[in-house]
Design a protein around this ligand. Structure first.
Ligand SMILES: [Zn+2]
Length: 407
């Protein structure tokens, strides 16, 4: 089972990041609270200009201040804390402005404008993740280990899910929070992990030099969706950037999980606070990370197409991120749990994602892409992307990166 993990990690410099883990997300204790309504005026202006053709910057007066603080404001706090942590660990990394694009599709991008750096999250991404996690925790058939499933009531009607967030939003489908306090808290924690993975990935496009390398060649924006690249090398380079940004985000997440595992439990813990075992933390992260990709649908991975699609298909990224997590836990975290136990928790997260989507949609099959990604050809392709990153991309990025590429 672990032969392929060793091969994928062969030549890996993951060990070298032991002392530059970074981006850990301790609780905000001791840090001044972030006021998500106050932003640098020039950053706001530049951001608004850049995203104007995409739908514009999300207006702050769209909801009341209380509702803002519970939703978008909280995500801005998570992002700002992650950016502050990245800056502590990458000396010389300038400020990064995080903000929302008012666009109901699922997307995000990192970009540079007039020498300043930005991460933009489309409002559709928030809508879709919140909708999916709230639906799952409102369904008593799912997550039986989270207390009070019975409070969620009778079996819901099948969920008419579409990967097009804008269509679902216009059809009037809105996230409704789970009734039980524990199940709502767990859904919120999954959302937190999912957003940190996604935002961490975007920050990594900046810290690893991807945005600057592309700014040197093109316009300097890295949207997550909607790319067409001319040559096979361009495709491989773009795929390697995606895999590297994922790996950076995985390392941050696993470093945070380690800190959470070691942190004392609060005096009056909620159920969700007591969920600190190594396998629970890894499963929760794995599930959230897998859902970030699964919201794009049960994407197929066909071997001949892998070298042509500009973006690595979601199932390949789920597979590679899981391998990266297993490697980090085994090489750096080194918990008492056996490697096989850690891998089982990661795999459980992958499979439970498929089960959860199948249950919501009342389907009998799911996961065709994941099966392909885990096949021999999927593993070989992952090795090829890793080798390109290590042997070629790392050198190209050297003049632009704020931290070493971790391929
Ligand atoms: Zn990306």
């Amino acid at each position: 089972m672990f032969g392929f993990l060793r091969r994928l990690a062969a030549g890996s410099r993951i060990m070298k990041v032991r002392h530059m883990i970074g981006l850990e997300t301790r609780t905000s204790k001791g840090r001044p609270p972030v006021d998500s309504t106050k932003r640098d005026a020039q950053d706001v202006e530049l951001f608004a200009q850049h995203v104007k053709p995409l739908g514009g910057r999300l207006p702050r007066d769209i909801v009341s201040p209380e509702v803002w603080a519970q939703g978008y404001g909280r995500i801005i706090e998570w992002a700002d804390a992650l950016i502050a942590s990245a800056r502590r660990h990458c000396p010389g990394l300038p400020h990064i402005h995080f903000d929302f694009v008012f666009n109901e599709s699922i997307n995000a991008q990192a970009f540079k404008k007039e020498g300043r750096y930005f991460v933009a999250l489309y409002t559709g991404t928030r809508y879709m993740l919140e909708l999916v996690f709230f639906k799952m925790l409102s369904d008593a058939r799912l997550f039986p280990f989270v207390p009070s499933a019975a409070e969620e009531g009778s079996r819901p009607a099948p969920f008419s899910y579409s990967v097009r967030a804008e269509e679902m939003y216009r059809a009037g489908i809105r996230p409704v929070r789970p009734k039980s306090q524990d199940r709502w808290a767990y859904a919120t924690q999954l959302l937190h992990r999912a957003f940190l993975f996604l935002i961490g990935h975007e920050i990594a496009h900046i810290t690893l030099g991807h945005v600057d390398l592309l700014a040197d060649r093109h316009a300097g924006a890295l949207p997550e969706v909607g790319w067409n690249l001319p040559t096979e090398e361009d495709v491989l380079e773009r795929q390697a950037m995606e895999a590297d940004a994922d790996r950076r985000s995985v390392i941050s997440a696993m470093a945070s999980a380690k800190l959470a595992h070691e942190a004392p439990i609060p005096d009056r813990p909620r159920w969700v606070d007591s969920r600190r075992s190594v396998t629970d933390l890894i499963f929760d992260w794995s599930f959230a990370m897998n859902c970030v990709f699964r919201i794009f649908g049960d994407v197929d991975v066909l071997e001949p197409e892998l070298g042509r699609v500009s973006h690595l298909p979601g199932p390949m990224r789920r597979f590679m991120a899981s391998v990266d997590a297993a490697t980090y836990v085994g090489e750096v975290w080194k918990p008492a749990e056996a490697k096989a136990t850690v891998w089982k928790a990661l795999r459980h997260g992958i499979l439970y994602t498929e089960l959860a989507f199948m249950t919501l949609m009342n389907q009998e099959r799911s996961g065709k892409g994941v099966i392909h990604a885990f096949s021999r050809s999927g593993r070989e392709y992952a090795t090829r992307v890793g080798a390109y990153s290590h042997n070629t991309l790392a050198r190209k990025l050297e003049p632009f990166a704020f931290e070493a590429t971790i391929s």
